[in-house]
Design a protein around this ligand. Structure first.
Ligand code: AHR
Length: 326
């Protein structure tokens, strides 16, 4: 091949190819330096619901190529505050926060705002005087959940009975609101009374321990517990175990209602030990990252997005169990 042809071939084919490769590498490099880093401060791993929420957010980050900095606060607000401060120091693009309790967030949220880092709340709300401290809250309506559970139970017990309540984590939005909603729901049935109410901290062990104490106290007084209302399925499953160990039949001797609609609750409804559960959808990853992307693109977001939930009982559990995703 003559020098002329070698030069022509280079100009016509090889030079553009090298240029294209270079551009691709450059844009690939530029893209990777622009990869979004998002901090996620999770409460802990107290329940099956919480695990499903963590998986949803982690999975969505992977799907979207987001670098997720994940921290587990082991149920402690101070750990969440520390994590947020670390995210600020690391200059993350956004923070996703599932706050363990409602109060005490102002100082750290102000620091995030001063650093121009948007905070997206998932699952639980906060109580702050200035709601510009967070961008948006994506969560279920906990009051409505409690009300639904109460109305179902009032019907089941024909408006009469001795109830006990297993509350969630003290000071948390779902514990406060599910209690409130339940009380609203039984208000029309003066024959329904909550005799005892204590926190089982949203855990199965906590639910079991508190229910054991309730059963012991009822035995001592010679009273009967007609139903237990648990603020989540894990505590209800713990209570079911306590009822069985006390020689009673959960689901018939004592009616059990709860909230979350995790797989274990469906299994218990099919087995006849749990009567009813109100769904609280933990699959918040897609909505959380939609919010992150929108706020970083400068779009306005609603202050609250309410996740739609529904009630399941033993009459619908069998048909639904196969399609449950958590
Ligand atoms: O905030 C949601 C609640 O927290 C879920 O109902 C419960 O299971 C979890 O631990």
């Amino acid at each position: 091949m003559s020098r002329f042809w070698i030069r022509r071939t280079f100009i016509a084919f090889i030079a553009p190819l090298l240029a294209a490769l270079g551009a691709a590498q450059e844009s690939g490099g530029a893209k990777s330096t622009r990869k979004l880093t998002v901090g996620f401060s999770q409460i802990g791993a107290e329940s099956a619901w919480r695990t499903a929420e963590t998986e949803s957010i982690r999975g969505e980050a992977v799907k979207r190529g987001v670098h997720l900095r994940f921290t587990d606060a082991q149920q402690k607000q101070e750990n969440q505050i520390k994590a947020i401060r670390t995210f600020i120091a690391q200059k993350v693009s956004a923070i996703i926060l599932a706050p363990v309790v409602e109060t005490g967030w102002e100082p750290v949220l102000k620091e995030a705002k001063a650093a121009h880092i948007p905070v997206i709340l998932v699952d639980r709300g906060v109580s702050v005087a200035d709601d510009s401290l967070y961008v948006t809250l994506i969560a279920s309506d906990f009051v409505a959940e409690g009300k639904l559970a109460a109305e179902w139970l009032a019907k089941k017990l024909n408006g009469k009975g001795n109830l006990v309540e297993l509350q969630g984590t003290v000071g948390s939005a779902p514990a406060i609101d599910r209690k409130k909603g339940f009380e609203q729901g039984i208000a029309a049935s003066p024959g329904l009374k909550i005799g005892r109410s204590e926190s089982g901290d949203f855990t199965r062990a906590g639910g079991k321990q508190v229910m054991e104490a309730f059963l012991k106290a009822a035995k001592g007084e010679g009273t009967k517990i007609d139903a237990v209302y648990a603020h989540n399925d894990d505590m209800a499953l713990g209570a079911i175990q306590a009822i069985q160990e006390a020689g009673l039949k959960p689901g018939s001797d004592i009616i059990v209602v709860s909230i979350d609609a995790v797989k274990g609750a469906f299994e218990a409804m099919v087995a006849g030990t749990l009567n009813c559960t109100v769904e609280c959808n933990p699959l918040l990853g897609p909505a959380a990252f939609d919010a992150v992307e929108k706020v970083l693109a400068g779009a306005a977001l609603p202050k609250k997005t309410v996740v739609q939930d529904q009630l399941f009982d033993q009459s619908t559990a069998k048909a639904a169990i196969g399609s449950r995703k958590y």
